[in-house]
Ligand binder design. Sequence first.
Ligand SMILES: Cc1cc2nc3c(=O)[nH]c(=O)nc-3n(C[C@H](O)[C@H](O)[C@H](O)COP(=O)(O)OP(=O)(O)OC[C@H]3O[C@@H](n4cnc5c(N)ncnc54)[C@H](O)[C@@H]3O)c2cc1C
Length: 381
Amino acid sequence: MMERFEPTPEQREVGALAREIAEREIAPHIAHWDRTHHFPRELYTKLNAAGLMGLTIDERYGGAGADYLSYALAIEELARVDAGTAVTLSVHLMIAAAIGRLGTDEQQAEYLPRLGTGDVIAGFALTEPGAGSDAAALLSTARRDGDHFVLNGRKQWCTNGAYAGVTMAMFRTGSAESKGISAFLIDHSLPGIVVEKTTEKLGIHTSNTVDLAFDDMRVPASALLGAEGTGLSNALGALTTGRIGIASQAVGILAACLDASVKFAKEREAFGKPIGAFEGVSFKIAQMATDLDAARLLVYRAAALCDLGLPFAIEASKAKLFASSAARRHAAEAVQIHGGYGYTTEFPVERYYRDAKITEIYEGTSEIQQLIIARSLLGRL
Ligand SMILES: Cc1cc2nc3c(=O)[nH]c(=O)nc-3n(C[C@H](O)[C@H](O)[C@H](O)COP(=O)(O)OP(=O)(O)OC[C@H]3O[C@@H](n4cnc5c(N)ncnc54)[C@H](O)[C@@H]3O)c2cc1C
C-alpha cells in the first residue's frame, strides 16, 4: 500500500511546474505584495497558462484532469513561495470539484470551462458571524418565490470573495436543523450581493477575505447546487478535499521554513562558528526536517486514498491537524534560528510565522479535526 502514496514522475512534474511558476512569477514580488496586501489578480492568468487554474477540473470541460496527489504537490510548491496564492487556488479548485460532483449538466457547462481558465474565480461562503465551527447554526435564509429564491443574510470571511465570479453559499431553506440548509451557486453578476467589508489579517495578505451581504437577492431555482436540504453535508464534503489543500499549504510553509533555516544556519556565525554547529540550532533543524517528512506522508496518503476512490476524510483531518501544528511550531523556530533578523522583514521567516497560524483555523480548526478523528474511534458518546 505504501508505494501508492509515493508520487509518480508525472505527478512530480506538476509540482515542478508549480515551483517554476512560483519562483518566476511570485517570488520576486511577494515581499511587496505582502506589505501592500495586494491580491495579484493578474497572476491567475499566468497560472492558467500553466493549466493550474483547472488542474483538477475534468478534461471534458477544458481542465487538466489531474489527481489529488498532483494537486497536493502543486499547492505545496505555491505555498512554499506564497501561502496566500496557495489558498486562493485551493478554494477555487474545491468549488470546481463540488460543481463537478454535485452540479447539473447545465451548471457544469456554465461554470467549469470558465473556472478552468481562471476567467472566473470561485469562492465558498459557509461561515457567518454566529456560525463557524457550528455551521449548522447558520441563519441566512433562502425563501422560495415561484421559480426563484430570495436570499438574505451575511457571510463572513469569504476567501476570494471580492474577486469571485461564483460562490458556493449555504442558506437556510427549511427548519432550524442541519437538514434545513441548502447550497447555492451564487453568480456575482446578479444584483443583491455586496462586498461589505475586507478583513485585515495577521497573514496570508495576498489572499482576499471579505464579508458578503445578501439583501433580497433573487436567484433562479436552478442556482441550487445539489438537492434542497443537502447543503450542509455537501459543504462539509467539499471541505474534506479542501483539507488536503490546507494541509499541503502547511507543508509548503514548513518546507520554506526548513530551506531558510538551513541556509541561515550555515551562513550566520557566532562565537567563531556557523550557528548550525551548535546543537541548540541543528537539533531544531533536524526536528523540522523530520516533521516535514511526516506531514508530507500524511498528505500524500490522504490524497492517494482520495484518488483511489477510498474513504479519506479521517486521513485528511489527520494530515491537516499534524501539518498545520508542525508549520506553526516550526515557523516560530525558524524565526528563533534567525535571531533578531528573523523578526525583521529583511528575511521571509516572519511572514511564514504569520502565515502558518491560519492553517490551524480555517476549513475546520484543529479542535474540530480532533473531534472528527476522535469520533471515528469512539463514536458519538
Ligand atoms: C482568513 C480566513 C479565511 C476564511 N475563509 C473562509 C471561507 O472562504 N469560507 C467560509 O465559509 N469560512 C471561512 N473562514 C472561516 C473559518 O472556517 C472559521 O473561522 C473556522 O471554521 C472557525 O470558526 P470560528 O472562527 O467561528 O470559531 P468558533 O467556531 O467560534 O471557535 C472558537 C474556538 O472554539 C473551539 N471550538 C468550537 N467548537 C468546539 C468543539 N465542539 N470542541 C472543541 N473546541 C471547539 C474552536 O476550535 C476555536 O478554538 C475563514 C476564516 C479566516 C480567518
